[in-house]
Design a protein around this ligand. Structure first.
Ligand SMILES: Cc1cn([C@H]2C[C@H](O)[C@@H](COP(=O)(O)OP(=O)(O)O[C@H]3O[C@@H](C)C(=O)[C@@H](O)[C@H]3O)O2)c(=O)[nH]c1=O
Length: 183
């Protein structure tokens, strides 16, 4: 496993070892002992999510507030996304900063996003299957969202001329300054 540190402290890119042979490949998509030793704490996932989206769909930016704050371990099993985390933690040197990474079925990269970050992704392929584990249950009453195109955040989405396809909720998301604050 190769680990790449994002410019946001705590956000990690995981590159699992991929064992290829004439049949195809094998990889460990999750190993509790490894992740616990990497993070230096026990991480308990309680929910696995799977979404399918088409090219140009943009989901985000989303987060849940404590006590339902979620750490997320994100991966892609078909297609490609540009996956983005935004640091919400006011005591963090990276407060209000974002980072993005391409996750794809080909590069097998996973993104670990701890609690305290908003998350969103843009679909770069015709279709994509995104799978992610979460450390807290869905609790919509605690959900916060931020506009994907907030000018303060200025996320450099690789849109290549596309107009992103958003949910109604995401179209009406508040700007960074008006989003539910992280406590
Ligand atoms: C997120 C979620 C949604 N749902 C339902 C609610 C709704 O009817 C339908 C679609 O929900 P949404 O529009 O919120 O789905 P989506 O926009 O895909 O929301 C997700 O976006 C990414 C970026 C994240 O990081 C996730 O945590 C989550 O917020 O699925 C659940 O039942 N459980 C869940 O955990």
């Amino acid at each position: 496993m190769r680990i790449i540190h994002s410019r946001l402290h705590g956000v990690l890119i995981l590159e699992p070892d991929v064992y290829r042979d004439s049949r195809g490949f094998f990889l460990e998509s999750y190993n509790q002992k490894y992740l616990d030793s990497l993070l230096g704490t026990q991480t308990v996932f309680v929910q696995d999510n799977h979404s399918r989206s088409s090219r140009g769909v943009l989901r985000g930016l989303h987060y849940q507030l404590p006590p339902f704050a979620q750490g997320k371990l994100v991966r892609v099993t078909s297609g490609r996304i540009y996956d983005v985390a935004v640091d919400l933690r006011r005591d963090s040197p990276a407060y209000g900063q974002w980072d993005g990474v391409e996750l794809s079925a080909e590069n097998h990269r996973q993104l670990w996003i701890p609690p305290g970050f908003a998350h969103g992704f843009l679909v770069l392929s015709d279709t994509v299957d995104v799978l992610y584990k979460a450390t807290a249950y869905y609790a919509p009453e605690t959900e916060g969202s931020i506009r994907w195109d907030d000018p303060t955040l200025a996320i450099d989405w690789p849109l290549e001329g596309l107009t992103p396809l958003l949910s109604g909720k995401d179209q009406n998301a508040p700007c960074w300054a008006e989003a539910k604050p992280w406590p």
